[in-house]
Design a protein around this ligand. Sequence first.
Ligand code: SAH
Length: 505
Amino acid sequence: MKNGKVYLIGAGPGDPGLITVRGLELIKTCDVVVYDYLANPVLLESARPDAEKIYVGKKGGEHTLPQEDINSLLTRVAKSGRSVARLKGGDPYVFGRGGEEAEELISAGVEFEVVPGVTAGVAGPAYAGIPVTHRSYTSTMAFVTGHEDPDKNETAIHWDKIATGIGTIVFYMGVKNLPMIAGNLIKNGRSPKTPVALVRWGTTTDQQTWTGTLETIAEIAQREKVAPPTLIVVGEVIELRDKLNWFEKRPLFGKRIIVTRARAQASDFCQRLAEQGATPVEFPTIETVEPESWRDLDDAIARIHEYDWLIFTSVNGVGYLMKRLRETGLDVRDLAGPKICAIGRKTAASAEALGLGVKIVPEEFRAEGILAAIGDVKGTRILIPRAKEAREILPDELGKMGATVDVVTAYRTVKPEGKKADVLRLVREGKMDMVTFASSSTVSNFAEMFSAGELSEIISSVPAASIGPITTETAKKLGFRVVVEPEEYTIEALAGSIASHFSKR
Ligand code: SAH
């Protein structure tokens, strides 16, 4: 068997958008992903569903797995013929022991490739408003470990040379040794007034920054209980922070916001929130799944020419019908016969995108709206593929108007258990800043997912944002404190109102 290849990949400093194109491509295709504490776990969501994911995290020196075991793990997996994405925080060769892993692979005869990453020492300061070099301030910069190998007898850091010879000095893994680091720099001639910044969880939505001077920073760190992972940035460039601090000044910086929309519809909203600096926490209260049986839908498709109208009431209805067609070896040509009506612009757009010619697009769910659009339905046969749990109003009304209506189940809606425990933990830690509702049904579904006690905990500590008056009413009835409701009932407006709510405060 041919050995698999090992890719030593830099995951970037934390913001998942800062991984390289090559790195992400490999995460998507490798058989196994071996990852560290500092590699953002969000990146794992891009791995193949069948990929094995192995955590070998390190946290402030407490290795989950000793380095020798990581080395032999990589070799063993590669020798089983599988490709490995070895994902490390920042850049694999900057204080990441990537060099050692590569040497091991070479000596075991395993092929490897390095995918450099954006190192925290550059990106963390950048997100804190600090350019590590600047023509008016400094032309030199150094990366220094603040945590030398404890087995070394002598220091390999020439404090006398770096203290005055280098403009910007970035220490990795140094926060515990901060008094020693600041002391050594002063002792070796750097001015005690030199600015220092501490950047914790840089580039992530948990980023925190403290500033002081070589003289004061150790005390600040102790008072503020600054813990790893933190970078120590020393140098005059820090003076630019007030002017260049773009990331921490975004309106939703550091805010965690629960998004209750179904996963398929959440991404647009999440992106809008993230662009303003928020961490969206996806928590779908509803999920769609296949029907228990496809029989009714299959039957209806086989007799499709008997219908005058095919009415889609949702994007999901379109999606599941088309999925079923493909699975049974059919395609849009097998829907020839009935004219197609799609309720709402989004439903119509999704049908058009799949190659269906939509004749009529009523804006309303009520039969009147449909009648106004398609004319008299007396004596016609109508097929409506939709959710099992959908309400009966539309077919009933069409029936009363003389149409023969066949409603078939194209999908079911279920409540996902999902990340309930995560959400509750963050609520209890006081780290949830808002819950958002884009429809009445998401409010009631959300409430039903928790016990009464849990729900009142959430309600008492997390304010709500609602898309419009009807949703607000449902939320208020359940006890939610609704503090945001946009004037226009759209997702864009909701995201905008949330941002202005937080920037006002
Ligand atoms: N290979 C990594 C560094 C690993 S050493 C890189 O290139 O970035 C681990 C140290 O990196 C931490 O102790 C901390 O000092 C720093 N670090 C890594 N990610 C960080 C982040 N998001 N914010 C602040 N410091 C970080």
